[in-house]
Design a protein around this ligand. Structure first.
Ligand SMILES: C[S@@+](CC[C@H](N)C(=O)[O-])C[C@H]1O[C@@H](n2cnc3c(N)ncnc32)[C@H](O)[C@@H]1O
Length: 356
């Protein structure tokens, strides 16, 4: 099968690979009626009627209402099973067609490797069931982006799942950024939108994953962009102080524990020039969701290998930004259901030398 989506490489898989990825995609697509039935059951039970103080008390109510729901059990088991299968099947499909796929997957440029020693332990968790973690295969960036996301997830849900990143990029406070740092750039989905939105800016794509960064640089180059790729933790970038005017990220913060979130804000403050901005988009706080949506986010995170989602959706990011020294702090939703959610803030122009 040849996929000719815009800006995507033409990928040819063998018959077994096509069949296995199509099966997993079809299985995901077939779950929509189960979700509707569960929602109806929750609404009829009254468990969603009252506002909630915290996610634990909401879950007590909803879990009691769904305790004998066969639909919920089937949904959870199918999601977990299909996630566990997705990366191994995609890796196997890649290996059987390595000769034709590897040239498409090779890194686009040299990466500046600033990681000292091993990557942080929290990062090696198998997020989303990605077997072996973000670098579980030398070409995991390509495999994840092109086979898991394009062939399974996008094929199941349709539409452009990356478009929302353009909306986030355009919502940063200014149009005049010259030096942008994209934290947790992954395979460059958000980086690409930043490059389109701020065509005159120099962009640094930063991630701990070598395979994701390599494929990001490849995708950037194929689209005519020259990004610098830096392999380092967002909380210790190794970049010079006051060297960029926008630090931004899309869906990285919910993949780190809270002490690292604090570290990322401190590091952003350090690398920003005075007057520079942060613009982070991540999970919508539960307090800003409808009762049903808060339940659905939390249940999906629990069943989707997202160890830090609940913490991220329950914390007050504005407080952490204030503690790091930022001012002009604004948190807001950009679309329906307050998704995507962004936090924007500024490093003051006049700050004591010691904290710059
Ligand atoms: C869900 S992906 C998001 C990728 C991309 N920003 C996008 O638009 O989809 C999260 C990325 O954050 C990276 N990451 C997680 N923790 C990190 C950290 N402390 N420092 C740098 N990158 C990190 C992961 O390696 C992964 O590539």
């Amino acid at each position: 099968m040849t996929i000719d989506a815009p800006a995507a490489p033409a990928i040819t898989l063998d018959q077994r690979g096509r069949a296995e990825l199509q099966f997993l995609s079809g299985l995901r697509a077939s779950l929509a009626p189960l979700r509707s039935a569960i929602r109806t059951r929750l609404e009829q039970s009254g468990a969603l009627d009252d506002p909630f103080d915290d996610i634990e008390s909401l879950r007590e109510r909803t879990d009691a209402a769904l305790s004998d729901s066969a639909d919920l059990r089937l949904l959870g088991a199918t999601l977990r099973w299909s996630r566990d299968r997705a990366t191994p099947r995609a890796v196997a499909a890649f290996e059987r067609s390595r000769d034709s796929l590897e040239p498409l997957a090779l890194a686009g440029a040299e990466i500046d490797d600033i990681v000292a020693g091993d990557a942080p332990r929290y990062w090696s968790y198998e997020f989303h069931g990605t077997a072996g973690g973000w670098d579980g295969h030398e070409h995991m960036g390509f495999i994840h982006h092109e086979l898991v996301y394009r062939h399974i997830i996008m094929a199941a849900y349709g539409g452009d799942i990356y478009a929302v990143r353009g909306k986030v990029a355009a919502a940063a406070p200014r149009e005049t950024y010259r030096r942008i740092l994209d934290l947790g750039a992954g395979t460059g989905q958000y980086t690409m939108k930043l490059a389109e939105t701020y065509p005159d800016a120099e962009i640094i794509a930063l991630d701990i994953s070598r395979s994701a960064l390599g494929y990001a640089l490849r995708r950037g180059l194929d689209a005519g962009h020259t990004w610098r790729g830096v392999r380092a933790p967002a909380e210790a970038t190794g970049l010079p102080a006051a060297s960029v005017d926008l630090v931004t990220s899309f869906i990285m913060l919910h993949e780190v524990p809270p002490h690292v979130t604090r570290g990322v804000l401190d590091e952003a403050f350090r690398v920003l020039a005075p007057g520079g901005d942060i613009h982070f988009s991540d999970v919508t706080p539960y307090r800003e969701r409808s009762t049903y949506q808060a339940w659905a986010d939390d249940w999906d995170a629990e069943n989707g290998s997202e160890p830090w989602w609940r913490t991220a959706a329950s914390m007050n990011l504005s407080d952490l930004a204030r503690a790091a020294g930022f001012t002009d702090i604004v948190e807001r939703g950009l679309g329906d259901g307050n998704y995507p959610w962004v936090l924007t803030a500024r490093k003051p122009e006049d700050i004591p030398e010691a904290s710059s």
